[in-house]
Ligand binder design. Sequence first.
Ligand SMILES: [Zn+2]
Length: 136
Amino acid sequence: MVSSLDIDCLNLVIEMKCKYCNNESNFQYCDDVCKQEYEKFESCCEKYKYLFLTLIVIEILGFLLVTLLTTSGDFYLYISVWIIALGITMYVFPFATPETIDMIGLKKCIKLVRAISIGLCVAGIIIAVLCTAHLG
Ligand SMILES: [Zn+2]
C-alpha cells in the first residue's frame, strides 16, 4: 500500500504535466482530447519530418545563394520571398524541439511557432512592399 503522503511526494518530484496543454495533470495527458492532439502531432512529425527538413535545407541554401550571388537592388526582394517561404514552412509544420515541448507543452509550442511564422510572413510582405515602392 502507498499512503497518500507518499503519492504527494511522488507528484512533487515528478511534477506531472499534460504533454499537450502543459496543465497540471495526474497523468501524461489531462484527457483524451489532449492525448489525441498530441498523437496527431507526433504522427504528423513522423510523416513529414523529411519533407520539412528538405524544405529548410533548400531555404537555407537559397538564402546563401541569394546572399552570395545577388549584387543588384533585387536583393531585398529575394530576401522578402525567402522570409515569407520560411514563414509558410513554419506555419504548415510548427515543429519545435523536444526540449521546448517538454518545457511549455505542445499546445503553446505550436502557438508560439505559428505566431513567429505569421510575424515572418508579415515582415516579408512589408519588405517586399517597401522594395517595390522603392524600385517603382
Ligand atoms: Zn492537457
